[in-house]
Design a protein around this ligand. Structure first.
Ligand SMILES: [Zn+2]
Ligand SMILES: [Zn+2]
Length: 525
């Protein structure tokens, strides 16, 4: 069941080109200087609150003109618009404005980011009453053109404009642009020029989609300045990793894009490259950009066309817009991120996910020390938005990245404690550190714990009895339980990890057998 938001476009009575923006509340501080010293710039967006279904007859009903013409999509009479507007005035605008009548503006269905249900947004437009112009510091009037300028002419510390403004007031992409997303797929364009199409993929729970990211400027220019570009084209897609069920949709997207297409893959996991063969079949002119450690893990069936090896710092020119490749190992040893320079949005691959923390792949060069380094590298870039391949765009990049650092450091403290308390196997440590977490997540967690142990060993922080790393060899073999034949057999870990399926298609009892079989004492003695 979807949840609903009400967003308000409140026009300035003295200048109806301007509407009211509210400074968004920051996520809570960490209470530690080390993390709180990284501060994201201010974020401004339309006033918004949750829109609940009516329970019983309302005391008074607000008339929203034009709502009838949207009734096929949403029946606004069934919602408590009155309470939502009161909440916006009291809690968001602190009673600072009075308003007149309302008009239905737009209804936007969120794309399938997951893991929870989509959040649908009803936009209504109204005009405030003159005489209430003394706005709080947290509110300001702004025009759509000024918002667009802020979004497209970004400096690392400049204020930012949020996605409600973009989807509600700036997005007319469906009419104007030449390339098309099939109608039944919802997508999001944020920041302008960066389009995310979540497509069903073989990814790990709790997610079920991979964001296909598309850049295809409407008015491509030839401007190249004096920059040397490693590749150029009229369109770029990132991580075509959708499931074969969605290959027809991917084909349609690729067929509608300009022929001069650049394909960028952040890393080789199947949920990021499953659609590559479709791209090469329907656009043989396309060129692939990837790190060499990624490329050597991609088979000829997936890609046999042109390929350019990148190692980080290369510039790519797409329709006159500049993108910059960022080497970001940690999740794997070939993992790359991509910065869209004009909006300063950073596509982070699987380094971050929309919710929860990312899993590192120990069988493909995943490395915790590199992961920490890449996280700091991202923070130095001061991105205005983080675009993960699974889940929603993150609007508080530095806060999110600091949260990852803090979380991983506290995991390492717990691991040391577990070992000091007698943990001998990976299973012991996982059971200790993740005792509060649903057991279904223990397996992907085990991969991270293993890398944390390596990281602790490198820093000489492991308790003495486990302080000498030997090899990862015992971890490259997993026990696979065949429930039909009731037998165990040995399978390489890569058959699970490189498919990106981790725990999702393997029975729970098998994982316990696997975990118990990983005796840390054999590898750290
Ligand atoms: Zn991955
Ligand atoms: Zn992934």
């Amino acid at each position: 069941m979807a949840t609903y938001n009400l967003a308000v476009i409140l026009r300035n009575p003295l200048n109806d080109a301007e509407f009211l923006l509210v400074k968004q509340t920051r996520p809570p501080k960490f209470g530690e200087e080390e993390y709180d010293s990284f501060v994201d710039s201010d974020l401004w967006d339309l006033p918004r609150t949750q829109l609940n279904l009516l329970e019983g007859e309302p005391e008074s009903r607000i008339d929203v003109s034009g709502a009838e013409s949207w009734s096929e999509k949403i029946e606004l009479r069934n919602f408590d618009v009155n309470s939502a507007l009161n909440r916006i005035r009291e809690e968001v605008l602190f009673g600072a404005v009075q308003w007149g009548h309302w008009r239905f503006w737009k209804y936007v269905e969120e794309a399938e980011f997951g893991p929870g249900p989509p959040v649908q947004t009803v936009y209504i437009e109204g005009i405030s009453v003159p005489g209430y112009q003394n706005l709080q510091e947290s509110c300001k009037w702004m025009s759509a053109q000024s918002c667009l300028n802020w979004l497209l002419e970004v400096t690392p510390s400049s204020d930012r404009i949020g996605p409600l403004v973009v989807a509600g007031l700036l997005d007319n992409s469906s009419q104007s642009r030449e390339w098309k997303v099939p109608q039944h797929l919802n997508y999001q364009e944020y920041p302008p020029g960066v389009t995310l199409v979540p497509m069903k993929s073989r990814t790990a729970k709790p997610f079920h989609t991979t964001n296909l990211i598309v850049f295809a400027p409407d008015n491509p220019s030839d401007y190249r300045g004096d920059i040397c570009f490693v590749a150029s084209g009229d369109a770029l897609i990132v991580d075509p990793g959708c499931h074969s069920d969605l290959h027809e949709e991917l084909k349609n997207i690729v067929a509608s894009l300009p022929k001069k297409l650049v394909v960028f893959v952040t890393h080789h996991h199947r949920d990021h490259i499953d659609g590559l063969s479709i791209v090469q079949r329907y656009n043989p002119d396309a060129v692939l950009l990837a790190h060499e450690n990624t490329m050597r893990r991609i088979g000829k069936d997936d890609w046999s066309l042109g390929y350019i090896s990148i190692a980080g710092s290369e510039d790519i020119c797409i329709g006159g817009q500049r993108l910059n490749a960022v080497f970001a190992p940690g999740h794997t040893d070939g993992h790359m991120a991509l910065l869209h320079v004009s909006t300063h949005s950073l596509i982070v691959g699987d380094h971050c996910v929309g919710q929860g923390s990312a899993v590192l792949d120990s069988t493909s060069g995943g490395n915790m020390a590199e992961y920490f380094k890449s996280t700091y590298k991202f923070m130095e870039l001061s991105p205005h938005a983080l675009v993960p391949m699974h889940g929603r765009v993150n609007l508080w990049p530095k806060h999110m990245l600091c949260g990852y650092l803090k979380n991983r450091r506290s995991r390492e403290t717990s691991i040391v404690k577990a070992i000091e308390n007698g943990a001998q196997t990976l299973f012991d440590i996982v059971a200790y550190v993740y005792s509060e977490v649903d057991r279904r997540f223990w397996i992907p967690a085990a991969s991270n714990v293993r890398l944390h142990v390596d990281h602790l060993a490198q820093q000489d922080k492991l308790p003495k009895k486990l302080s000498t790393p030997v090899s990862l060899h015992s971890l490259t073999t997993w026990v696979n339980y065949n429930s039909n034949e009731e037998s165990f057999s040995l399978w390489p870990i890569t058959s699970y990890l490189t498919l990106g399926i981790f725990h999702s298609e393997v029975p729970e009892d098998v994982w316990y057998a696997i975990l118990i079989s990983m005796d840390l004492g054999n590898t750290y003695q």
